[in-house]
Design a binder for this molecule. Structure first.
Ligand SMILES: C[S@@+](CC[C@H](N)C(=O)[O-])C[C@H]1O[C@@H](n2cnc3c(N)ncnc32)[C@H](O)[C@@H]1O
Length: 285
């Protein structure tokens, strides 16, 4: 499958706002994908913007995606399996954009979080909280309770149902899991393609948001990821990784191809603002 030969599909859009979302880097990333690959792996899925980009270009034959956030993965699984039930149930719930509704939906979500008997309701409250929370952040405490305050947006667009059905169709050939990145890529073989978009290495102590999961993502995790990158390289798997323009990351991957790109990012946890305009794209091919 050559990039030039690929067909432009229905133009699907990501469903969520996600900190560290790759929309601004999509073209730079797309222009560096391998000319040919079999299965696609994306272990830090988040808002899925690059999966959507590849799919819109007709580049996905089959895919395995994952994220350690179980509520995010529950949401995608519900959209994959029962989009019409999702739309119908959404119409029955109170999902208005006001402070009282936000906090009562947040409390309800925290009551049922992780409970398999409430997958559908959890998935709806998940996107409601994603669209109405402060800066669209997803942050949980040590007991997995979501604790982001109300976002006070003037208007909120929850969902475009045509886009939701198209997104659901896209997921039909995609295996979706909530596992650690290392487990997700375990079955990758020669000529498969892995894209890693980990929580970014902070440029300084306060500038970056890495707290997507309660465990966080410290430099030891970046080292563990580097070892996985190397072992995939030894197995002839094609790997692309994006990260912040940080000295430690550049040193770590200095044996691989590194390019610097400009991107405006607004990963913003407590009003700390932008993380800087430069980012790294690293490939082993
Ligand atoms: C930078 S975001 C990915 C953004 C995504 N590419 C997008 O366009 O929205 C990093 C993601 O990694 C997930 N994550 C954190 N630690 C992880 C781990 N050990 N294994 C898998 N996913 C992890 C977080 O939940 C978060 O969604």
């Amino acid at each position: 499958m050559l990039k030039e030969d690929s067909l432009q599909r229905e133009n699907i859009k990501p469903l969520l706002k996600w900190a560290g979302g790759k929309r601004q880097l999509n073209d730079a990333l797309y222009s560096r994908i391998p000319g040919y690959f079999e299965k696609y792996f994306e272990p830090f899925l988040g808002g899925a913007s690059f999966l959507v980009n590849l799919y819109n270009h007709g580049m996905i034959k089959s895919a395995v995606v994952s994220d350690l956030n179980p509520e995010l993965i529950n949401f995608y699984n519900v959209i994959k399996q029962c989009p019409s039930k999702f739309i119908t149930r959404m119409e029955e719930l109170k999902l208005t954009n006001d402070k009282d509704t936000y906090y009562s939906n947040r409390a309800r979500f925290n009551e049922i979080v992780g409970n398999p008997d409430f997958s559908l309701e959890r998935s709806i409250l998940f996107i409601y909280l994603n669209k109405h929370s402060y800066n669209g952040l997803w942050r949980v405490n040590s007991s997995s309770k979501f604790n982001v305050p109300y976002g006070k947006y003037k208007t909120v667009k929850m969902i475009d149902s045509d886009n939701l059905y198209n997104f659901s169709a896209m997921l039909k050939d995609v295996q979706i899991e909530s596992v650690d990145f290392e487990i997700c890529v375990d079955s990758a073989e020669k000529n498969d393609f892995v894209y890693f978009d980990p929580p970014y290495q902070p440029l300084n102590k306060t500038s970056s948001f890495t707290g997507y999961t309660y465990q966080g993502f410290n430099f030891n995790e970046q080292l563990r990821l580097f070892n996985v990158f190397r072992s995939l390289t030894q197995r002839d798997v094609k790997v692309m990784l994006s990260n912040s323009y940080s000295e430690e990351i550049r040193e770590l991957y200095s044996d691989f191809n590194i390019i610097t790109v400009d991107a405006k990012r607004y990963i913003n946890s407590v009003g700390t603002g932008r993380t800087g305009a430069k980012e790294l794209i690293i490939t082993n091919y």
